[in-house]
Ligand binder design. Sequence first.
Ligand SMILES: NC(=O)C1=CN([C@@H]2O[C@H](COP(=O)(O)OP(=O)(O)OC[C@H]3O[C@@H](n4cnc5c(N)ncnc54)[C@H](OP(=O)(O)O)[C@@H]3O)[C@@H](O)[C@H]2O)C=CC1
Ligand SMILES: O=C(CO)COP(=O)(O)O
Length: 324
Amino acid sequence: MTMTPVIIGGGSWGCAIASALIRTGQHVELLVRRQATVDALAAGQCMQLPDAAQMPPMAASLAPACLQTASMIFVVVPVAANPAAFDTIATHGTAGVPVILCAKGISSHNGQDAQLLTHAAQQALPDHPIAVFSGPSFADEVLAGLPAALVAASTSPAVLEMIQTAFQHSNIRVYTHNDPDGLALAGAMKNVVAIAAGCAVGLGLGDNAKAAIITRGLAEIARLNHAIGGDAETIFGLGGVGDLALSCAGPHSRNMAFGLALGAGDAVPDKLAEGSRTVAALALMGRHKKVDLPITNAIDMVLNHGQNLDDAVKALLARRPGTE
Ligand SMILES: NC(=O)C1=CN([C@@H]2O[C@H](COP(=O)(O)OP(=O)(O)OC[C@H]3O[C@@H](n4cnc5c(N)ncnc54)[C@H](OP(=O)(O)O)[C@@H]3O)[C@@H](O)[C@H]2O)C=CC1
Ligand SMILES: O=C(CO)COP(=O)(O)O
């Protein structure tokens, strides 16, 4: 029986991860939800990246039975679809097979609670070791074969070794560490900071304001990371500063593009911006942990509580500045 990596989700990032593994000569299967996606992938097309370079044809299926022979399972659907993916793995996956979380956000049920994806996965999948795969990585660039450096984090050295080996000789260079919670949190939070940075630029507040938001946003990430017991070094690595820098660089990031449109008073793009979906849970987590998250809270007020963006900016600037 041949064991193959299986990727749940055939969107931008699922295709990009698959393309990197295929480049090393591995057979990969994608588990998707629509026949149209199966057909597009077989023709070497990613539906979410129509302008991307031609990719290799990819084997995809609608049948979760493909999980039975998975050597490792990448979960690459939006955060909101992760619980259903975990249920599918619990039903069809083989115990002991690593589950690698690739989404960037916080798990939440109807805005009533807030949970790191790592904790949600551990609860739903007690028989599977869990890893987080994150870092600065725009899917279209990975799909085009350009180099990227990512981080895999798990408490299992064997799982880290497996992931590193899987991507050896691909265009993804994998660094490892043992702080999955910190890595999951940093990936979720950078999206919200990118929305805030986009808002500042869209409002015409200038480069100084953008740099201030990135830096104070990083301080928020570090504070909440400390509160959840994450490793401070995670925040200064690829999955922290690295991904924050990438996402705040410009409209290539969907989260930054969302913020730019919001700031400029334009309609927001019709693309996934995980930060807009995760900010409520993140603000809730900050309240539960009693951590001050002014930028996160401001974006939550604007997106979920009807606050005017100008008023949110005024409220942020009216805060008494403290020590750095
Ligand atoms: N794109 C990137 O550069 C990167 C993205 N990520 C993260 O990866 C995650 C996925 O993003 P990305 O691939 O870009 O998103 P896309 O919008 O490109 O693709 C999403 C994929 O998930 C599927 N999907 C969406 N909703 C559901 C659902 N409710 N149930 C089952 N499947 C669903 C879509 O299926 P369908 O086509 O049928 O709608 C599609 O295959 C996000 O959390 C993102 O932050 C991480 C690193 C880089
Ligand atoms: O996470 C990403 C790059 O690392 C993708 O960012 P966006 O979802 O903002 O495009």
